[in-house]
Design a protein around this ligand. Structure first.
Ligand code: HEM
Length: 122
C-alpha cells in the first residue's frame, strides 16, 4: 500500500472521523428533497455502518467491507446520473466541512466515482 493511500485514511481521522463524516453525509442526503424518495425504505443504520466500512477501505484503511456488492445493493432503485451527482456533491460538501484536505477529497471522490456504472440504472 502506498503512503499516499494510507495518508488519506489518517487524514480523515481514521474510523471515528469517517463515522462522523458519514453521519453528516446522510443528514445532508435526508435533507435533500431530490433524494428522499430513493431512501424511503432504506435501513439507514445498516447503510451508515456499511458506508463507513466502504469509505475506510476505499482510502486504504483497515477492516473489510461486509455489505452487498454495489450493483446488488442499488438494483431496482432506478438511480439516475443526476441523483448520483447530487449524492457525490453532498459527500464533497461534507468532506470540506469536516476539514479534509483537497487531495484527500479528490481521492475519495475518484474512488467512489468509479462505482457509478454499478449504481446508476436509468
Ligand atoms: C458512489 C456512490 C455510492 C456509494 C459508495 C454507496 C454505498 C452504499 C452502501 C455501502 C450501501 C449499503 C449496502 C448494504 O448494506 O448491503 C448502500 C445502500 C443504499 N444506497 Fe447507496 N451508495 C452510493 C450512491 C447511492 C445513490 C446515488 C443513491 C440514491 C440516490 C443511493 C441509495 C442507496 C439506498 C436507498 C440504499 C439502501 C438499499 C437497501 O436498504 O436495500 N446510493 N449504498
Amino acid at each position: 500500500m502506498s503512503d499516499s493511500v494510507r495518508g488519506a485514511y489518517e487524514a480523515l481521522g481514521a474510523h471515528p472521523g469517517i463515522r462522523r463524516a458519514v453521519d453528516q453525509f446522510y443528514e445532508r442526503i435526508a435533507a435533500d428533497p431530490a433524494l428522499t424518495r430513493f431512501f424511503a425504505g432504506a435501513d439507514l443504520d445498516r447503510l451508515r455502518a456499511h458506508q463507513v466500512e466502504l469509505l475506510a477501505a476505499a482510502v486504504g484503511g483497515p477492516g473489510r467491507y461486509t455489505g452487498r456488492e454495489m450493483s446488488h445493493a442499488h438494483r431496482g432503485l432506478h438511480i439516475t446520473d443526476a441523483a448520483f451527482d447530487r449524492v457525490l456533491g453532498h459527500l464533497n460538501a461534507t468532506l470540506v466541512d469536516v476539514g479534509a484536505d483537497e487531495r484527500t477529497i479528490r481521492q475519495v471522490l475518484r474512488a467512489l466515482s468509479q462505482m457509478r456504472l454499478d449504481i446508476v440504472e436509468d
